[in-house]
Design a protein around this ligand. Sequence first.
Ligand SMILES: [Fe+2]
Length: 207
Amino acid sequence: MRIEKVVTSGTFSLDGGTWEVDNNVWLLGDDDEVMVVDAAHDADAIAAAVGDRRVTAIVCTHAHNDHVNAAPALAERTGAPILLHPDDEVLWNLAHAEAKPDGPLADGQTLRVAGVDVRVLHTPGHAPGAVCLHVPELGVVFTGDTLFQGGPGATGRSHSDFPTIISSIREVLLPLPPETVVHTGHGADTTIGAEAPHLDDWIRRGH
Ligand SMILES: [Fe+2]
């Protein structure tokens, strides 16, 4: 069992603005099969990292276009289903006019890959259908854009809400074991224990 990171580059667009971004694409699996977390920007690069392994699912932490823009192309190449929380359908539809997710993600759902359980945690705020993926056996959580090194994901644009992301982080993420490694959607890893002491600072500053 191993976790691999592929960094891909492209743009994020919302509310009439477009920004250059680097995204972390996470591969969780073994020599035989792999789960892809966030098929961002570059299906070729992701497929190269997958190699000849079976892709069990393309899991979307949320449907901002930078996290899902390569999902249909990767699904077509691999035959893997695209899984998304239904509350992010509105964002998915901004990214993809025709392609649709193949199945829903739900809070409390358990996915399996390479013999380990992956728990789906619904953590709205950055996006209404944002989820984190907790792998207790490995002591890791994939947080997408919900929690970064240094604070919560952005909530200044449409379909985001700051009090909601704070309550998701407080109620759902911070109770995880402090040594849990946080694999984020952009930038560096952190841990739950490194971020937890700063919650009140984030609330005070308002982002
Ligand atoms: Fe996002």
